[in-house]
Design a binder for this molecule. Structure first.
Ligand code: 5GP
Ligand code: ZN
Length: 138
């Protein structure tokens, strides 16, 4: 997509600190990192939402994430990582090209677990849970 910043990095039209490349995926350092080593992994083809990424590219994307996590942790001597996707604007996605965040974490860094991203926790009845289970499993 012509006005997409991540497509521009994939195409080499703007600079990116590229740390890994596969057939379908590219990984580069986040320009405004939440922690040293904060890395973004993107499918080379433009897709806004995760479910729009074709299966082969999605498999490649998650294999790249799997390869990169230990390398990122080792590079910055991190104790752990949070790995996540803001999938849609309501979830905080600002760049509408699918990207997986790998955020290094350090003991006592003052951050939060991924549970902190959602709003107030719902109090769901067994019936509501059963309805959701059925809706997801189809
Ligand atoms: P989102 O909120 O969409 O999940 O995250 C977008 C991420 O892209 C942010 O962490 C932001 O710092 C990063 N970002 C935005 N523009 C650029 C850019 O031009 N280059 C790089 N490397 N990262 C960017
Ligand atoms: Zn794009």
């Amino acid at each position: 997509m012509s006005d997409c910043i991540f497509c521009a990095i994939v195409d080499g039209d703007i600079p990116g600190r590229i740390v890994h490349e596969t057939e379908h995926s590219l990984a580069f350092l986040d320009a405004n990192p939440l922690a040293p080593g904060h890395t973004l992994v993107v499918p080379k083809e433009h897709h806004a939402r995760l479910d729009e990424v074709p299966a082969d590219a999605a498999a490649d994307l998650f294999a790249a994430v799997n390869d990169l996590v230990p390398r990122v942790e080792a590079a910055v001597d991190a104790d752990a990582t949070n790995v996540g996707i803001n999938n849609g604007p309501a979830a905080g996605q600002e760049v509408d090209h699918v990207h997986v965040h790998i955020v290094p974490r350090f003991e006592g860094d003052g951050g939060s677990p991924i549970h902190a991203v959602a709003g107030e926790r719902p109090d769901l009845s067994d019936e509501e849970l059963a309805d959701i289970e059925a809706a997801i499993s189809g």
